[in-house]
Design a protein around this ligand. Structure first.
Ligand code: SAH
Length: 290
């Protein structure tokens, strides 16, 4: 199926100054926690992880091997998150098309393609990430079906109703939810599936806590309250069918990452504090496009 190209005179991605700063961040980003984990099997994820951690990796006495085992364990937890998300995309076939909004270095689209054989379009504000991900797809020999684009997920220019499923894995805190969900609703066919995994602040806590504000400053983002997801979905033809609080499931990942001296970025304690004081939640919402 051909993807409609945007009008040539409009620069793509059309983006705000803020979005240019976000793009600068991701164009420059070289954190070992993002690169070393991906190198293991060429599945590059820039999200967090879920599930019980295997703490025995720290028992390894050889320091180099211990680092390797910790890296592999964190990657396993990140991969588990990507698989969890992919498992909720609905019944997909090899002719279906999926949209990966805010795709990073591309791991999520590869996971969906390997699971369903589907076509995937990932978009990121970072030209560097899109190039990297396309190179990975070429090396894997799946570039005929998995493509990455340097575009704005709020204005993709892709064809309306052409997608059977779409998702955001850790990328909704960079955008206005009404604009984002309007674009997903436009791209998804009727009955299509949308999945989001995100950190959100907990409305029952009140407003954004100190920790949530520190996370915003660290990543240049704006974490939404949990309630904002449901009201923006309701306004945009997205009807939740499954909601899962992943907060407890993600804590082991952060506990382990905090101890991984070769991978820490300095934000680990803040995430743990935010989850533990009840101000922050890790959430998955699965919705049908009606
Ligand atoms: N979903 C990926 C990456 C998450 S990191 C993963 O799970 O690995 C956040 C990503 O959101 C970055 O790639 C960043 O470029 C992207 N992003 C943020 N705002 C965006 C926008 N308006 N349009 C497209 N991508 C955006």
């Amino acid at each position: 199926m051909a993807i409609t190209q945007p009008v040539a005179t409009i620069p793509v991605p059309a983006q705000s100054t803020y979005q240019t700063r976000v793009a600068d961040y991701w164009n420059a980003e070289q954190n070992p926690v993002n690169l070393e984990l991906g190198k293991i099997d060429d599945l590059y994820h820039h999200h967090y992880g879920v599930g019980e951690a295997e703490w025995s990796v720290f028992d390894e006495t050889d320091p180099a091997k211990r680092q390797e085992r910790v890296t592999a364990e964190l990657h396993r937890l990140e991969q588990a998150q990507a698989e969890l998300l992919a498992s909720h995309l609905g019944k997909l076939s090899a002719t279906d098309r999926v949209f990966d909004a805010g795709c990073g270095r591309g791991g999520g689209s590869v996971v969906a393609h390997l699971r369903y054989g589907c076509h995937a379009d990932g978009v990121t504000l970072s030209a560097k990430q899109a190039d990297f991900a396309n190179e990975q797809a070429r090396a894997r020999g799946i570039d005929g079906k998995v493509r990455y684009h340097h575009r704005n997920m709020l204005d993709t220019g892709f064809e309306s109703g052409a997608y059977a499923a779409s998702w955001n894995n850790e990328s909704t805190m960079y955008v206005e939810l009404d604009l984002l969900f309007a674009e997903h609703a436009r791209l998804l066919r009727r009955g299509g599936r949308y999945v989001v995994i995100t950190g959100c602040y907990n409305d029952t806590y009140g407003r954004a806590s100190r920790e949530v504000s520190l996370i915003n400053a660290h990543y240049i983002c704006d974490i939404h309250p949990r309630s904002a997801y449901f009201s923006a979905m309701a306004k945009n033809r997205l009807v939740p069918v499954h909601v899962e609080d992943l907060t407890q499931a993600t804590i082991p990942y952060w506990e382990m990452r905090k101890e991984a001296e070769h991978l820490v970025t300095g934000i680990e304690e803040t995430f743990l504090g935010a989850y533990k004081n009840g101000s922050f939640q890790y959430l998955m919402i699965v919705a049908d496009r009606i």
